[in-house]
Design a protein around this ligand. Structure first.
Ligand code: PLP
Length: 397
């Protein structure tokens, strides 16, 4: 059998074959798939803003005024005043001097790392960093050392061994980390990362994709915490999760942002974000800042789900975040549980390698302000029944 069929067969044998499921209709936290109504617990729309009337109205108005798409890259004729306004709003939200929009969070990470690091530099990257950070490290061609997840001792040992940037042969050193890990819901030790960076003359790039909008008084994220705000060299984030829209951005000192505008290839050589997307994101940032009850709601619902599952004997990761993980280990078991949950009215896809390390396949449950407390109670009952006894399923929603 020849490529790609042989590879496909292996992927299937390993229970790692992926397909997309078509959502036919959406309403609040409900989705319809294959004509069936399911409660969606796999969305990153943490604040429920993708369906907010003000966000939708902003997109519609921008489409009417400027069109559905952008005519070119930002550096040519693709730049609207709206793009600049959104960048100012994001810089203010993050407590940084400036921000630069990218086509997505993925493109922001890849573009930023490729721009700031190269041959002779060293990137120290957390083992559970998102794939876009991993790919940015690869593309940069800097030497990359992966340190065990959140292991400050291991990170410091690598920093000690790194040639000083002011010595012969010493390039720049960057520490690269997610702030809230997307598949585990746990946090990087941000104050300690900052201290290590300062102590060893390293730079720090933080990816706040899953925390932006969800944490901080106005939704500034985990990088908005006292002692952290404005301290990292670059903060990357996305408009596609808590803001419920699409696009990515990098925030930091003006000189860094000017540098990225001139050197980040995923910014320079890609069409500007479409006007409806930019206008919707700007409105979503405003709503998120002025409606803190959305943050309280999603975190309260997640805390209730976490406590409810644990009370029923289910081991759960991610306490204190909108992301809960039930690690089951084997790919087949994760797939089987996900199918059974589907049969019982819950949409919770199985997360398998390479998204997570081998042997740690899991159910990733994400909460949203769009959920109702009764829906979370339903989640707890069905997941607990299904995990405890995968053969007899649970209750019907
Ligand atoms: C930590 C992290 N960074 C970056 C991204 C990429 O963001 P986007 O979906 O906007 O490309 C994701 C999303 O999947 C993520 O989880």
């Amino acid at each position: 059998m020849a490529f790609p069929d042989d590879d496909l067969q292996r992927i299937r044998r390993e229970a790692r074959f992926r397909t997309t499921r078509a959502i036919e209709r959406k309403e609040g936290a409900w989705v319809w798939i294959d004509g069936r109504r399911l409660l969606n617990f796999s969305s990153n729309d943490y604040l429920g803003l993708s369906a907010h009337p003000r966000v939708i109205a902003a997109a519609a108005e921008a489409a009417r005024r400027f069109g559905a798409g952008s005519p070119s890259a930002r550096l040519l004729s693709g730049n609207l005043a709206l793009h600049d306004e959104l960048e100012r709003a994001l810089a203010a939200l993050k407590g940084e001097e400036a921000a630069l929009l990218f086509g997505s969070g993925y493109l922001a990470n890849v573009g930023a790392l490729d721009a700031v690091a190269g041959h002779g530099d060293l990137l120290l990257s957390d083992a559970l960093n998102h794939a876009s950070l991993v790919d940015g490290c690869r593309l940069s061609r800097a030497r990359t050392c992966v340190y065990p997840h959140a292991d400050l001792g291991a990170l410091e040992a690598l920093l000690r061994q790194a040639p000083r940037s002011d010595s012969a042969g010493g390039g720049r050193v960057w520490i690269v980390s997610d702030t809230l890990f997307s598949m585990d819901g746990d946090r990087a030790p941000l104050p300690e990362l900052l201290t290590l960076a300062q102590r060893h003359g390293a730079r720090l790039l933080l990816d706040d994709a899953h925390a932006t909008g969800v944490f901080g008084e106005r939704g500034g994220g985990l990088t908005d915490a006292p002692g952290v705000r404005g301290q990292a060299d670059l903060v990357v984030s996305t408009l596609s999760k808590a803001f419920g829209v699409y696009g990515g951005f990098v925030a930091g000192k003006r000189a860094f942002i000017d540098f990225l505008r001139n050197r980040a290839r995923t910014f320079i050589f890609s069409t500007a974000l479409p006007p409806p997307t930019v206008a919707a994101a700007l409105e979503a940032v405003r709503v998120a800042a002025t409606e803190p009850e959305r943050r309280a709601r999603v975190l309260g619902l997640a805390a209730a789900a976490c406590a409810g599952l644990r009370a029923r004997g289910v081991e759960v990761l991610g306490e204190g975040s909108p992301i809960l993980a039930v690690v089951v280990g084997d790919e087949r078991r994760a797939l089987d549980l996900s199918h059974r949950l589907f049969e019982n009215g819950l949409f919770i896809p199985a997360i398998r390698p390479p998204t997570v390390p081998p042997g740690t396949s899991r159910l990733r449950i994400s909460l949203s302000a769009a959920h109702e407390p009764e829906q979370v109670e339903t989640l707890v009952q069905i997941v607990a029944a299904t995990v405890a006894n995968p053969d007899n399923g649970g209750e019907q929603v």
